[in-house]
Design a protein around this ligand. Structure first.
Ligand SMILES: NC(=O)c1ccc[n+]([C@@H]2O[C@H](COP(=O)([O-])OP(=O)(O)OC[C@H]3O[C@@H](n4cnc5c(N)ncnc54)[C@H](O)[C@@H]3O)[C@@H](O)[C@H]2O)c1
Length: 282
């Protein structure tokens, strides 16, 4: 399937990163959010991040200008009707994604693939909201999108083979490495990563070690570029808690019980880097 014009729904951290790599790879992007100020902020971020690539001589100033020229900002979701492909990267709430998928199913022609960048919501459930479940798929990018190579490509129960192949090929065109995964709570990435971060939090809660010591163990002993508590702060402790709850709900095994210290910190509004305080102060 020929893709030229891509709709991106949600202009936050992930939406702006996805828009960045699409526009840099030659796609026309229609970026949609609920308010103009979110779109303006995203465009500013994309501009700064492309400047960094110019400074590192990865692209030229002219490439940057061309990429920026490929991005169209819209509040009216109806303007996604002539996109060849849509990827949703809106807030991780099932109610929000339900409204978006139902609406996209109405707006976009029936042959158009609707992908979601969700970290933890069931692709099978999102697909079931539409009349085209065979054309709904997970396209899970990693933060920061322009840097991270992985795209987890998640097949829902009804996802058709041509849908999978289209998304795999798109990921390759974006110079990413697609990895095929079946739909299950947390997919592979968060199913394995989040319990690690959660267990690191238990060691802090139980006084086994300080956050600094736990992070040193992983950096120096396991060659992780970032320790688990630094990473949890970077991801956002509220996001970590939400994902642990998805794993516990979906898999029903008490081993996925969120660490009480994590719950307490989220209750206190200590959400990590974005709130200025988490396991570390920023
Ligand atoms: N942040 C990460 O590290 C990360 C990594 C992989 C996947 N994800 C997933 O990507 C998605 C987006 O996460 P994020 O970190 O970019 O969140 P974010 O909070 O930075 O951005 C979400 C954006 O969605 C917009 N939005 C909310 N409702 C909308 C609607 N109805 N229509 C259009 N836009 C709407 C918000 O205004 C906001 O700009 C989530 O599903 C998340 O699970 C996040």
């Amino acid at each position: 399937m020929y893709i030229h014009r891509v709709g991106v729904v949600g202009a936050g951290t992930m939406g702006n990163g996805i828009t960045h790599v699409l526009a840099r790879s030659g796609y026309h992007v229609v970026l949609c959010d609920v308010e103009q100020r979110f779109l303006d902020r995203a465009l500013e971020t994309i501009g700064k991040n492309l400047d960094r690539e110019v400074a590192k001589s990865k692209i030229t100033a002219a490439d940057k200008a061309t990429a920026m020229g490929r991005i169209q900002l819209v509040v009216d979701r109806g303007k996604l009707s002539d996109c060849d492909f849509v990827v949703e990267a809106a807030t991780e709430k099932f109610a929000i994604k339900t409204e978006i998928f139902r609406d996209l199913d109405r707006i976009c022609p029936p042959e158009i693939i609707l992908a979601s960048n969700t970290s933890s919501i069931s692709i099978t459930k999102l697909a079931a909201l539409t009349k085209r479940p065979e054309k709904v798929i997970g396209m899970h990018f990693f933060n920061p999108v322009p840097v991270m190579k992985l795209v987890e490509v998640i097949r829902g129960l009804a996802t058709a083979q041509p849908t999978f192949e289209t998304v795999r090929d798109l990921a390759l065109k974006l110079e990413k490495t697609p990895v095929e995964v079946n739909d299950a709570p947390g997919f592979v990435s968060n199913r394995v990563l989040m319990p690690l971060l959660n267990e690191a939090m238990y060691t802090v809660m139980e006084g086994v070690a300080t956050p600094e010591a736990v992070d040193e163990v992983f950096k120096l002993g396991m060659a992780h570029p970032m320790g688990p508590l630094t990473l949890a702060d970077f991801i956002g402790l509220d996001v970590c808690l939400d994902i642990m709850r998805v794993l516990l709900d979906g898999l029903g095994d008490p081993k996925y019980r969120p660490c009480p210290l994590l719950i307490k910190m989220v209750d206190a509004g200590w959400l990590g880097r974005k709130s200025g305080r988490g396991f570390y102060k920023y």
